[in-house]
Design a protein around this ligand. Structure first.
Ligand SMILES: [Mn+2]
Length: 436
């Protein structure tokens, strides 16, 4: 909840990259229009999670709450319904200003700020949002109360929404409660121009981080050291990292979620960097693989070109109407073709030893963004990330780009970050020729 963390403050910290305003009010309208009845939607921003002693994990606003409000502080609640004559259809509850808390953790969000960011006129600081909800539910005018009841794993601790669902069922037995998560996830699949612009901004910040790595990449540099250069460049640009960065040298690159980052770069290693920026809450998700010596070895080069072919052919297939699953079929076909030509395998079924995930996922407020995978539609944002991982050869190569689906094809948002083999080697050489 640091001062610079809020949506309203963020533009001060965005460097030269413009932060487009997302129309959160339009998201509210689209959500209410998507519901099957005149329900009451109640969403929560969530609260910080305790880490140890008196320390919390960094607070992250609930992404579905953020998506319909733009608000990003703990303990906020929004109550939405389709417009009706009797009551306001949008009410937000935020924490009252606490001067003592402000002394310790900085300025809290004011009512004016919440109004400006969210476009919700009726913003209240009363702590009794439950009484307000109780009055509405007691009136019996809403056939359904919609809560975000997403539970990703059976053992996951109950969210504020899940706890409130139990409370509501106890106080108002018989009141139908339904899950609004599927409707929100469906909406979040399709991005507005402003959302795509924010992903583009995240990609631009990511490029700066990768430049910083390349200035310092050489045999003997440590994975954590390179990660420090990446993270430093992002922090200096006023943005945070999108997810735990992977900087994996040699065989470490064959571990999909390698976050140990302790090893030195070997003389002829290929170094895989899967790291990205978050910009105005929207994430990039980028992977590039670099040769420690400045030039890929012959073996690495051959594998690199197969992965690059897969990335190009898969991206070329992107257009509205194509089933998402088709992208992975294309990737597998190209990777298998290349691996057979290189003599690493004889049959496509052997590819599972070297490539074992789906080539593409949605990207947005979450790194693995929400929503069902069906046919591609305009203004979806997805990753394309083929790779080959040869543990016995000590090499893993991945190329990951971020792509927006257009009316007729794909707009590669990361096209300005070199990805072909020569392009990567030239980029590395250019960075190392520039004094820092
Ligand atoms: Mn990814």
């Amino acid at each position: 909840m640091a001062d610079g963390n809020s949506e309203a403050q963020r533009s001060k910290h965005s460097g030269a990259i413009p932060l487009d305003a997302v129309d959160w009010a339009a998201n509210r309208r689209r959500l209410l229009a998507a519901l099957p009845d005149d329900g009451l939607v109640i969403l929560f921003s969530g609260a910080p999670v305790a880490k140890s002693a008196d320390e919390d994990y960094p607070y992250a606003p609930n992404r579905n709450f953020l998506y319909v409000t733009g608000l990003d502080r703990p303990n906020q609640v929004v109550v939405l319904s389709r417009p009706s004559g009797m009551v306001g259809s949008e009410v937000a509850f935020i924490e009252p200003i606490d001067p003592h808390a402000e002394t310790w953790t900085g300025k809290m969000m004011t009512v004016d700020e919440a109004r400006r960011v969210s476009g919700i006129d009726d913003v209240r600081t009363e702590p009794h949002w439950r009484s307000y909800v109780n009055r509405l539910v007691s009136s019996g005018r809403w056939p359904t109360v919609y809560l975000d009841l997403e539970r990703r794993a059976w053992g996951e601790p109950a969210s504020e929404s899940l706890r409130f669902a139990h409370e509501l069922a106890e106080k108002h037995p018989g009141q139908p409660i339904a899950n609004v998560y599927p409707a929100l996830a469906e909406l979040r699949r399709i991005k507005s121009a402003a959302e795509i612009s924010r992903v583009r901004g995240a990609v631009a910040h990511t490029r700066r981080g990768l430049d910083a790595i390349l200035h310092h990449l050489r045999p003997g540099s440590f994975e954590y050291e390179l990660n420090g250069h990446f993270t430093g460049a992002l922090l200096r640009g006023g943005v945070n990292i999108a997810y735990s960065s992977i900087v994996a040298t040699g065989v470490n690159a064959t571990v999909m979620h390698y976050v140990t980052l302790r090893d030195p770069v070997g003389a002829d290693d290929a170094v895989l960097v899967d790291a990205a920026a978050e910009f105005g809450y929207y994430k990039a998700d980028i992977t590039r693989t670099f040769p420690a010596s400045g030039r890929f070895t012959a073996e690495q080069a051959a594998l690199y070109d197969v992965v690059w072919d897969a990335s190009q052919e898969t991206t070329a297939a992107i257009k509205p109407g194509v089933p998402h699953a088709e992208l992975n079929r294309i990737t597998r076909r190209v990777l298998a073709r290349g691996m057979k030509a290189l003599g690493h395998m004889r049959d496509e079924s052997e590819l599972d030893q070297y490539y074992f995930y789906n080539v593409s996922h949605y990207l947005g407020l979450d790194t693995h963004d929400v929503g069902e995978y069906r046919e591609l539609e305009p203004n979806m944002v997805l990753t394309v990330e083929p790779g080959l991982y040869l543990k016995h050869r000590g090499v893993g190569i991945r190329i990951e780009d971020d792509v927006a689906v257009t009316a007729s094809g794909a707009d590669v948002l990361s096209a300005h970050i070199p990805s072909d083999r020569r392009g990567v080697e030239d980029w590395l050489a250019a960075c190392q020729a520039t004094p820092r």
